[in-house]
Design a protein around this ligand. Structure first.
Ligand code: NI
Length: 167
């Protein structure tokens, strides 16, 4: 396994739309394992392949307290969305920035697992938020894209300052 570098907003590669995975092979299994290691190391609760500059529809999520319930979603699609919730979101590609985003409260997601089997999962609360956030990444959308232009401008200048300090 290997740690993968994470793209930082506003890197234009975060806007690419990821392609569907046709079949599970060693490359996809290795990608998922490396993404999980990268997510746990960061640490974060979710990571989309887009964020490590691989434009395939692969997402890893673990919202458990003990960090022992890894979920791997290949080609995830939202089948049903119900209700709404507003929570503070952050993102490994937008370090140090948190803001409120409106999401569906409950979702049903269709996806393929690492054995290549089609699966359906119902999720609510934080897991539902995380699934929506990561599917956004696969579609080239970062959570700050849901915020006002004014806020986005402030975030860009804040991140540019951080980059100068840490470079
Ligand atoms: Ni993110």
């Amino acid at each position: 396994m290997a740690l993968l570098p994470i793209l930082r907003f506003p890197d234009p590669r975060l806007k690419k739309v990821a392609q569907a995975v046709a079949q599970i092979d060693d490359n996809i299994r290795k990608l998922a394992a490396d993404m999980a290691e990268t997510m746990y190391e960061a640490p974060g609760i979710g990571l989309a392949a887009t964020q490590v500059d691989v434009h395939r529809r692969v997402v890893v999520i673990d919202v458990s307290e003990e960090k022992n319930q890894l979920l791997v979603f290949i080609n995830p699609t939202l089948f049903r969305c119900e209700g709404e919730q507003i929570g503070e979101e952050g993102c490994l590609s937008v370090p140090g920035i948190y803001d409120k985003v409106e999401r569906a409260e409950r979702v049903t997601v269709h996806y393929m697992d690492l054995e290549g089997k089609q699966q359906t999962m119902e999720a609510e609360g934080l897991l539902a938020v995380c699934i929506q956030h990561e599917i956004d990444h696969l579609n080239g959308i970062v959570f700050v894209d849901h915020l006002s232009q004014l806020k986005q401008g402030r975030i860009k200048s804040k991140l540019a300052k951080q980059a100068r300090v840490t470079a």
